[in-house]
Design a protein around this ligand. Sequence first.
Ligand SMILES: [Zn+2]
Length: 399
Amino acid sequence: MVGPMPPDQFQLTGRGRLLRPEPYDGPLPWAIHVRDGRIAWIGARADAPDADAVTDLGEALVTPGLVNAHTHPAYLGDRSDEAAARLAGAPYTSGGILRTVAATRAGSDDELRSAIEGRLRAELEAGTTTVECKSGYGLSLDQELRALRLIGEAAAPVAAHVVRTFLGAHAVPSEAASMDAYSAVVAEEMLPAVAATGAAEFCDVFCDRGFFSLEATERILRVAADLGLGIRMHADQLTRGGGTELAVRLGATSADHLEQLDVAGVAILAGSRTVATLLPGPAIVMRGGLPPARALLDAGVTVALASDANAGTFGGWGAMPLVIGLGATILVMSVQEAVTAATVGGAAALGLAGRKGALAVGADADIVAWDAEHEGAFALRLGGVRPARVFASGYGLST
Ligand SMILES: [Zn+2]
């Protein structure tokens, strides 16, 4: 079902609904002509160039490969008991992340690599052809570099495009003297090593009460930007602490979560180029409120939908079809807006606009035919829509 495109040229055709992600409304059947892994032509089949091989996708709904712009795959261990306790009233603290850190540090390279590879395969088999992958369960120089290296090794045999993000500032490890002392290690020791080895394309910080302060976040992200890394943030998830304003001020590519965002925060984002990446999965599991998706869209903010699959607050790998459904239901987006957020929006959140998340001339030929005839199925069959075919072409590591 999942396979790379042939190297030279190839054509897909169909009579069903084609979302680019805006709906194709030309004559049927449509055709997408692929050359050297990129979309070379798209339009009515009658006008298409000749092709060596043509695959007919029939009446299936066809979309760009989905883009999951926020995941944390580099972990071992199981925290389902913690999720149950939290849903029974226990508070959320950084202790859960530290439990995963201990289990991850204790595992072998083979165990961690194989866990990551399984998660990437689950994403691809659910129609996600681009996956952002964060470190952040190592929290020491050696362990963070190991996680980034193993993400790269795990990605090699999987036909998905992987973008790596350094998240050394995910939680303060128990051996650190203080948040400030650990932030200095992240900025002065870890980041230069990450940049020197080309181990990541982005740097992220969990900026929130009980995690990293605004001052520590700014210190880390300024060093990251100076070293040539892209920057992104976990912002305004648990408390409205001003993370969104900081993300915009620093020119972050994306501000993620935003469950506590208010009207002023929406206006700040609307005046910026920072993408709002919304994560309805953990928002539901955490019962901490929902991000203001409707207000963000109405204000003209570029919105991405991602899964935030991780060890402790949302464990769904291959959940992007569900995430689209959640966007279109509890986040009050139209289904087409939700598909756009999970494709074009996700690509923008990773600095990959024009290359990923769109069926357009020049874009990578990442194309999914679904077991559905209309995108409404993502809402109607919440989590139940699966790919019939996945074509992935522009895959590999971003760095
Ligand atoms: Zn996250």
